[in-house]
Design a protein around this ligand. Structure first.
Ligand SMILES: NCCCC[C@H](N)C(=O)NCC(=O)O
Length: 473
């Protein structure tokens, strides 16, 4: 009898183990919530470094004027050169296509390496080492005497940084889709954006502190460059998990020959009205936010007579708001949908706040938090909506295309803002008047609102279900 029981027990154990093994085969790393979210934190660090560097010099506009004689137009040029590779060489589109073809690891490493190189070159261009006749100084002094050698080297660095930074955001967006599609996709996008903006928040608060370092103000630029370098190392950790996941799933995220990018895919995207409206909203909305943010610390400094630290802090309230609200709205979109409506509300708030900035002296503290709500509503709803319009195998190309179009605005509007500022303020003005610059940003917001309304109208016929919860599509 005991041996019979032992036999039955052994059969049960073997059957159970077999079942468990089959179950293990079905599940992969992405099905483990802990691993999934840990991966998000890892790539979130890379994004935070990227955003930190993008914003690190914004609170230092007046320092750049004092140290290198930068005009507002020079500063605008410095901000905008980030976008040149993405607009004129279509780097974000190419990067997206390369990503869909070569995969996440190789593309991610390559573009984060470019970003790192660009950050180091920018910091070098501002350093005493370079200014004391360092490598490249004589060459940079030998042409276009209207532009200082510091500005030229920093422009080169920012160009390389932009070349890597935008595609690396495309790569990370694809990573999020890879790990979270069919799960908490919008929430994950929200948290990803929140982490990215932690970088901006830190930049606006840390840079004004670091310029007071004993070793000199350039500690602020070197710190930013080393933050980006550490992100490259952190991405190596992500790559190990990505490889492991690819070994668990069939095709490893790479495209088969028949799935590879073809130009007809681009035409298909361009024929998709919802995609066109969301891309135009992306262009106008972000052009009213990022270039504004780059000038915002200087705006507060001039309009409200604040110190560099205080104005930097107020600018950082915008990313702070988004760190909290974007994940919340992402959760809302996952659960209740309404993505198209949220984009309309976000655009409406954006226009209102810019008009208030232009015409009133209302406290910027509250206004920046409200702008943070707008800057959470639109992105939290926009990016996961694209995943509903475009097949996952084309998502890299689609985000890349959107980023390239968006970069047209990130290139043009900082320059325009600088030109408008220099043009509407007589030379040597001690307090810059920002009214016209703010009006320009408000107009962009109005266009954004129009495209958001068109997108919602189109959703009724396209059937993408932008107003539906994430998992119902
Ligand atoms: N770091 C400033 C430029 C980032 C632009 C990027 N293409 C983007 O759209 N990011 C999404 C976001 O909402 O931050």
């Amino acid at each position: 009898m005991p041996s019979e029981k032992a036999f039955v027990f052994s059969v049960l154990l073997i059957t159970n183990t077999k079942l468990m093994n089959t179950e293990a085969l079905k599940t992969s790393l992405r099905d483990n919530p802990f691993t999934r979210w840990a991966m998000l934190l890892t790539v979130g660090f890379v994004l935070a470094a990227n955003y930190y560097f993008y914003d690190a010099l914004s609170p230092l506009k007046s320092t750049l004027t004092k140290e290198f004689g930068f005009t507002s137009t020079d500063f605008g040029l410095f901000v905008s050169v980030y976008s040149i590779p993405n607009v004129f060489f279509l780097m974000a589109v190419m990067g997206g296509i390369i990503l869909d073809k070569l995969g996440i690891r190789r593309t991610g490493f390559m573009f984060i390496a470019f970003m790192t190189l660009g950050a180091l070159v920018t910091a070098y261009g501002a350093s005493d080492m370079y200014r004391n006749n360092g490598l490249g100084y004589a060459f940079m002094s030998s042409f276009m005497p209207g532009y200082s050698p510091e500005l030229k080297m920093m422009l080169l660095g920012r160009f390389l940084f932009g070349l890597g930074a935008e595609t690396s955001i495309v790569v990370i967006s694809k990573i999020i889709v890879k790990w979270f599609k069919g799960k908490e996709l919008a929430l994950a996008f929200g948290v990803k954006l929140g982490l990215a903006r932690t970088g901006s928040f830190l930049a606006f608060n840390l840079s004004p502190i670091l310029i007071e370092a004993e070793a000199g103000w350039t500690v602020a630029t070197w710190f930013a460059a080393f933050f980006v370098t550490s992100a490259l190392l952190v991405f190596l950790i992500y790559m190990m998990f990505d490889l492991k996941l690819d070994r668990q799933v069939e095709h490893g995220g790479l495209l088969s020959k028949s799935e590879e990018f073809q130009f007809s895919d681009l035409t298909k995207l361009l024929m998709n009205r919802s995609f066109i409206y969301v891309t135009l909203l992306c262009l106008t909305f972000y052009s009213a936010v990022f270039p504004f943010l780059s000038f915002s610390a200087d705006f507060f400094l001039n309009k409200f007579g604040m110190s560099i630290k205080e104005s930097g802090f107020i600018s950082s309230l915008l990313p702070v708001g988004t760190m909290i609200f974007t994940p919340l709205f992402g959760f809302f979109v996952d659960k209740y949908g309404k993505a198209a409506s949220l984009m309309i509300y976000g655009s409406l708030i954006l226009v209102t706040v810019h008009l208030i900035f232009a015409f009133t002296g209302l406290t910027p503290y509250v206004m920046m938090v409200i702008l943070g709500v707008a800057f959470s509503l639109v992105p939290a709803a926009m990016w996961p909506s694209v995943a509903k319009m475009v097949d996952e195998t084309r998502i890299g190309s689609a985000y890349g295309f959107m980023f390239s179009v968006q970069n047209l605005g990130l290139w043009a509007f900082p320059i325009l803002a600088g030109v408008v500022l220099d043009g509407t303020n007589p030379e040597g003005t001690s307090q810059l008047d920002y009214t016209y610059t703010m009006l320009m940003f408000a107009c962009l917001g109005v266009f954004g609102l129009l495209f958001a309304l068109l997108l919602k109208r189109e959703d009724k016929v396209s059937g993408y279900g932008l107003e539906l919860p994430s998992n119902s599509k």
